[in-house]
Design a protein around this ligand. Structure first.
Ligand code: RUQ
Ligand code: CUA
Length: 765
């Protein structure tokens, strides 16, 4: 019906051609020129809108995973539409997804404690997608927490955090997460120096006792887990290590970590000493650490390590003897270090230097092979002279930070923090090509797959530190600003400002959407926090309540629109575990499970099983209910948790009914159901009379509808059985339940029919 109206409207509407060369169906009263005038839009604006606007139902070409800063989460959005798709909780609880509320995810947060301490937030900075031969493959995502040295492992099959590892030796980190080209290791470098193992030493012994480090976390692709037992670290000098990147192509097997405050200043403004910012920016250079991780892995496997907190660390004297670590001077207070797609060049931006410094891997190797060093640092690490390693230094502007690679040969984009600009330049020839101003103070920037071996170009996003006046004011705390830039032409063009009301953006990574293969539903009874089978999963018909002393386990299912069981009686003081399985197969039929007063909220996506555990220490009757509007009878998807006070004696076991039903009620409902069935049959005939099997979306809708009709048949049998026995009360209610299943089937059927209409399905013989 609606479609016919739409079609008729389109046919009768005039076709208007505008000066822009755009053709618009003027269905609305205003034409394009009028809208432009009313909203004060230029042709440039309209072009930008056309490049980003994604019509209803449209999909994005790229998916971005952005750090969520202080929120401890990851933000997922599409490019070019810049529409936010999800916040993935990594280090902090997130109620909608039940993260930190179900027992399964609580176990993950439990394992994320640092030295037994619960950390209630995270400072996420650098996401990294798994790579195969240096190409982003879209299987797993890692993100670091700068505040507590941790790495989270997120499955890109369901976008859930499945593991968090705590660094055993660092007290702070920043240079993670970066992956080696086949995701053998996830690299995590320290930030502020500390006593390895988080021990104590007086600041007067800073030079002797404080250290930096880099950890190589072994990633087991098969298991989808970091294996702490196969991971190792390297002790480094107490320079504040900063960002890292893994070598690839010609530099595969090596990694690069830069540093600031190679001055090793310890502060003390209250003592009348200059602050850190002065003491850490005095020298003209800091150090790039060039590390042979492949060889370090052999040294670790050969057991040449010192165990610190049960974790193997290759100490500096071993690293020197084995030739694992080399230092190269890099310009004043560097920040980003980014390896080129072929692995030959390593670009470093120095915050207090105006240059982009391009290091050559083959020059570095030549110096190492020739044993040509400018000397050693105070810890004995060999230093390669900058002039022996530099390919070219290019004046870019003020405050160069991070670099991303373009699909065009030799082209890169570097963020200029102080200038609030992005510069596109040629790192082979060493010349600036183009600049664009952004608003304000850019930090990281991300180009599409701009860190892989096969950058896709097209778009760049500027991740800004300040938004100032870009959006409607919402109080002193402003949203973050992600700005989309078109880089497909020779001139960069600003397309879109996207405010994000979550933590500060650091790095983001972007991948072609077609590479991601997320699940639509879980295998029945999946523990989503492990990805494996949940041992408490039950199928409809197997629901039960088991008591073992004061421990009660409720094996429950959820399906439109009821939980089974609906009444759970326990005694005050019992421990109660609700183990709930969503037995739906339908796409997006998520149910929630909340218990009033007891701080319970589960998210149950189709096929998922999750556990809510409470101590029922408050007597009373508490409603539980579904928190997702899952169907017309969603509000009715409820039940009672009855917590009987200690010593309570039941007066009557009978449940009092609010309304009584007669045979006439039953007959009326029965007739309604037969009429409804006729409608369903016509929809079924419509669908099966078309090539619906060519549409996977429709096939799964049909499967779901068949499920519902099977449930309807069961309810019908119960209705007829109880009617036979003259129990009109239950017969009427079961007939009502039968009708509920019919309504769900009809609803799904109509959705399938609409889909077929909109996607040009054809009649089959
Ligand atoms: S940071 S703005 Cu990567 Cu943590 Cu540079
Ligand atoms: Cu299930 Cu609402």
């Amino acid at each position: 019906m609606t479609n016919n109206i739409r079609k008729r409207l389109a046919a009768t509407a005039g076709v208007v051609t505008l000066g822009l060369g755009l053709t618009v169906n003027a269905v609305s009263a205003e034409n394009l020129d009028e809208v432009m005038a009313r909203r004060g839009l230029s042709q440039q604006d309209l072009l930008a809108a056309a490049k980003t606007y994604t019509p209803s139902g449209g999909r994005d070409e790229f998916i971005v995973f952005s750090s969520g800063g202080q929120s401890g989460q990851v933000i997922v959005y599409g490019v070019p539409s810049m529409r936010i798709l999800k916040y993935v909780s990594a280090f902090t609880p997130e109620p909608w997804q039940g993260f930190g509320f179900d027992e399964e995810s609580k176990a993950i947060l439990e394992s994320a404690k640092v030295d037994g301490r619960e950390i209630q937030w995270g400072d996420t900075h650098h996401p990294a997608i798994t790579e195969t031969d240096g190409d982003l493959d879209g299987e797993w995502l890692f993100i670091n927490d700068k505040s507590a040295p941790r790495i989270a492992v997120i499955s890109l099959h369901d976008f859930e955090t499945q593991q968090i590892v705590v660094n055993p030796i660092m007290q702070s980190e920043h240079g993670g997460a970066f992956v080696t080209p086949n995701s053998e290791y996830v690299i995590e470098a320290a930030q502020y120096p500390g006593v390895l193992g988080r021990g104590f030493a007086p600041l007067s012994e800073f030079n002797e006792k404080f250290r930096g480090a880099v950890t190589y976390w072994k990633f087991d692709r098969e298991a989808g887990r970091i294996q702490p037992g196969q991971s190792f670290s390297l002790e480094l000098p107490p320079y504040s290590q900063d960002l890292s990147d893994a070598g690839k192509g010609v530099s595969e097997g090596w990694s690069f970590t830069n540093s600031f405050c190679a001055e090793r200043y310890v502060g003390g403004i209250e003592l009348g000493r200059p602050p850190f910012e002065a003491g850490c920016s005095q020298a003209d250079t800091d150090f790039l650490h060039v590390i042979n991780w492949r060889k370090a892995e052999e040294v670790y496997k050969a057991g040449k390590v010192t165990m610190i907190n049960d974790h193997p660390v290759i100490m500096m004297d071993t690293a020197i003897a084995e030739g694992l670590v080399y230092l190269i001077a890099e310009p004043k207070s560097p920040h980003g270090v980014d390896v080129s797609p072929n692995g030959e060049y390593i670009i470093v931006g120095g915050k207090l230097d105006t240059h982009g410094s391009v290091y050559s891997f083959s020059k570095i190797q030549a110096a190492i092979e020739a044993g040509k060093f400018a000397g050693t640092d105070p810890y004995g690490l060999p230093i390669i002279a900058m002039e022996d390693a530099i390919h070219v230094q290019v004046p870019l502007g003020l405050g160069p930070l991070h670099t991303q690679y373009d699909s065009r040969e030799c082209n890169v984009f570097t963020s200029l923090y102080v200038d609030s600009q992005v510069v596109r330049w040629d790192y082979c020839e060493g010349k600036v090509l183009d600049k664009i101003s952004i608003h304000y103070n850019i930090g990281h920037l991300v180009a599409m797959e701009g860190e892989g071996v096969n950058p896709k170009g097209k778009y760049l996003i500027s991740l800004n530190k300040l938004a100032i006046d870009r959006f409607n004011p919402v109080g002193p705390l402003h949203p973050q600003n992600h700005q989309l830039i078109d880089i497909s032409g020779d001139k960069m063009e600003l397309l879109y400002d996207m405010p994000i009301p979550l933590g500060e953006p650091h790095y983001a990574t972007a991948i072609a959407a077609e590479k991601l293969k997320p699940l639509v539903r879980y295998r029945y009874g999946t523990n989503s926090r492990t990805g494996g089978k949940h041992e408490g999963a039950v199928r409809p018909g197997q629901e039960r309540i088991e008591r073992d002393g004061t421990h009660v386990k409720v094996y429950m299912t959820a399906i439109r629109s009821h939980f089974t069981p609906e009444i759970v009686e326990v005694n005050e003081g019992d421990t109660v575990e609700f183990i709930v399985t969503n037995s739906e197969r339908a796409e997006d039929e998520t149910h929630g499970f909340a218990v009033s007063t007891y701080n319970v909220n589960l998210s149950l996506e189709p096929g998922k099983t999750a556990t809510a555990k409470i101590v029922a220490d408050q007597a009373g009757v508490f409603s539980f209910y579904c928190t997702e509007f899952c169907s017309a009878l969603h509000l009715e998807m409820t039940g009672f948790l009855v917590v009987k006070p200690e010593g309570y004696q039941e007066a009557s076991a009978e449940i009092s009914e609010g309304t009584s039903y007669t045979q006439a009620d039953y007959d009326k409902q029965y007739q309604t159901n037969l009429d409804t069935q006729a409608v369903i049959d016509s929809v079924v005939a419509y669908i099966t009379g078309r090539n619906f099997k060519d549409f996977p979306e429709v096939v799964s809708l049909v499967e779901d509808a068949v499920d519902q009709l099977n449930f309807a048949a069961e309810a019908r049998a119960k209705a007829e059985e109880t009617a036979q026995a003259g129990d009109w009360q239950n017969a009427t209610l079961w007939a009502g339940q039968w009708w509920q299943y019919q309504v769900k089937a009809a609803d799904i059927g109509l959705r399938a029919k609409t889909f077929l209409d909109e996607h040009g399905a054809v009649v089959v013989e």
